[in-house]
Design a protein around this ligand. Structure first.
Ligand SMILES: *[C@@H]1O[C@H](CO)[C@@H](O)[C@H](O)[C@H]1NC(C)=O
Ligand SMILES: *[C@@H]1O[C@H](CO)[C@@H](O)[C@H](O)[C@H]1NC(C)=O
Ligand SMILES: *[C@@H]1O[C@H](CO)[C@@H](O)[C@H](O)[C@H]1NC(C)=O
Ligand SMILES: *[C@@H]1O[C@H](CO)[C@@H](O)[C@H](O)[C@H]1NC(C)=O
Length: 434
């Protein structure tokens, strides 16, 4: 990369990664301006022989920065790619120090507007709506100058600038996770001729991302919740809740009644469904609550020894205050804030994600993922000619999935359509590698 001469080590973070900067056009729609934006980049070099090229990584959100995420995840992701590629990430516009999109002053960062759960009570929707108005208005005022410069289309163009600066083959290799899959779908659709290898992993439905107010996942999460009783009953030793009822249906209706009474647990469960290694704890919580015992709640979610909470109002209050712990908990508010959002990106991808790329994409979906579900991987793959969906059938690493990723990056060879990869260990294994 051109600028790596002045790379500096991220001392104390990683001795392998090096950093660099790249100037890109600030506003791709304003051809008369020569204003630039300085992107922060990070490289984690190939560890397994000389580099065969670079793979760009994005870690999702949208809103996750690249530099810190890279330091955390590159050591895990690099071996999965085969270790023969340099991994490159960058702070996308709106994150890190790149046009950082922060609606509040640092001292106000704790302020949480519109993070309530709209279905928590009859009056909640009005309150969340009012707060969303404050949030949108504040963002509109403080981010007026840069709001239109942040978005998927400009970020896609930044990626192509990075590819060009790398001076390799001019083609894009990319591995996008979660929100990074909407970015990957966008860059592939805008620049199909530049696609070498793109893996979209934990796939968002970009049609919905572009054309609705929010993540439709909660609907899918409820479907997953319906499946949960059957899964829990398979492990009576680890999950006593499963044995409380004679049939999965009875357990299911008991849980459903319980949620009627306790909306907060519903939301909590949605976030827990996203973290399968917490199923066991969730089952302890429900098990206790069905007996009117709230101590497992305190134990599991606020640490052992936390004061037992005496009534459910108190729990609800605790969860409100602790909602930062549960990203899923706040999900409801996106819909309201989105509806009121004061910005238009200066450029938007307006196509239909039906694209023939120079080389086909690989989509990866997890059977049980309630937030970026398998159905979205299949939905998006349908539009990208020649692409394939690999179904990761469980939690934790799978040698089969790893082999497919390595083979794809090494040779471009896709797994067979509808390949299902089993994880190395089953759920509730003694020593889950999660
Ligand atoms: C940017 O453009 C202006 C006007 O066209 C010109 O005067 C200026 O020198 C340019 N700056 C750079 C850094 O190229
Ligand atoms: C389950 O709860 C215990 C506390 O009872 C906690 O130490 C542990 O980290 C929790 N496990 C997960 C995966 O959250
Ligand atoms: C993909 O999802 C979108 C949005 O829900 C829907 O309109 C479209 O029909 C789906 N496409 C396929 C092939 O399933
Ligand atoms: C997965 O691969 C690792 C490393 O090659 C090996 O040690 C392990 O036994 C494999 N696990 C399974 C379930 O195949």
């Amino acid at each position: 990369m051109k600028n790596l001469g002045r790379a500096s080590l991220l001392v104390g973070l990683s001795t392998l990664a090096s950093c660099s900067k790249l100037n890109v056009p600030l506003d791709y729609t304003d051809k008369s301006s020569n204003k630039t934006l300085e992107l922060d980049l990070i490289k984690y070099p190939a560890q397994n022989g000389p580099s065969q090229g670079s793979i760009l990584l994005n870690f999702g959100g949208p809103g996750q920065d690249g530099l810190n995420s890279m330091v955390a995840y590159a050591p895990i992701q690099a071996p999965i790619t085969g270790g023969q590629f340099d991994l490159i990430s960058w702070d996308p516009r709106g994150t890190g120090n790149t046009l950082r999109f922060a609606c509040f002053e640092p001292e106000e960062i704790g302020t949480q507007y519109a993070q309530g759960v709209p279905d928590a009570s009859d009056t909640a929707p009005g309150q969340v709506w009012a707060e969303a108005q404050i949030l949108a208005k504040t963002c509109g005022e403080t981010q007026k100058a840069n709001g239109g410069l942040v978005g998927m289309a400009f970020t896609s163009r930044d990626m192509i600038e990075i590819v060009d600066a790398l001076e390799e083959d001019g083609l894009l290799r990319y591995w996008g996770l979660s929100g990074g899959t909407a970015l990957g779908a966008t860059v592939a659709a805008m620049f199909p001729e530049r696609v070498d290898k793109i893996i979209l992993d934990g796939v968002m439905n970009s049609h919905q991302y572009y054309h609705s107010f929010g993540n439709p996942a909660p609907r899918l999460q409820r479907r997953d919740l319906r499946r949960l009783p059957r899964r829990l009953r398979r492990h009576p030793q680890q999950v006593p809740l499963g044995t409380r009822f004679d049939t999965a249906d009875e357990l299911k209706s008991a849980i459903a009644d319980f949620f009627e009474d306790l909306n907060i647990a519903n939301t909590l469960t949605l976030s827990t469904l996203y973290r399968p290694n917490s199923y066991q704890n969730l089952s302890r919580v429900i098990d206790g609550l069905l007996d009117g015992d709230t101590s497992p709640v305190a134990d599991v979610f606020f640490g052992p020894g936390a004061a037992a909470l005496s009534d459910l109002d108190a729990i609800e209050e605790e969860f409100r205050q602790e909602s930062k712990l549960f990203p899923g908990f706040a999900r409801g508010y996106y819909v309201y804030a989105c509806a009121l959002w004061p910005f238009e990106a200066k450029e938007r991808y307006e196509g239909d994600f039906h694209v023939k790329t120079k080389n086909p994409l690989l989509f990866i979906g997890n059977t049980y993922d309630p937030v970026t579900p398998l159905a979205s991987a299949k939905n998006m793959s349908a539009g990208f000619e020649g692409s394939v969906v690999l179904q990761h059938n469980g939690f934790g690493p799978s040698n089969c999935t790893i082999k497919a990723i390595q083979k794809y990056f090494a040779s471009g060879e896709l797994p067979e359509a509808d390949t299902v990869c089993e994880p190395n260990l089953p759920l509730f294994a003694e020593d889950p590698e999660i």
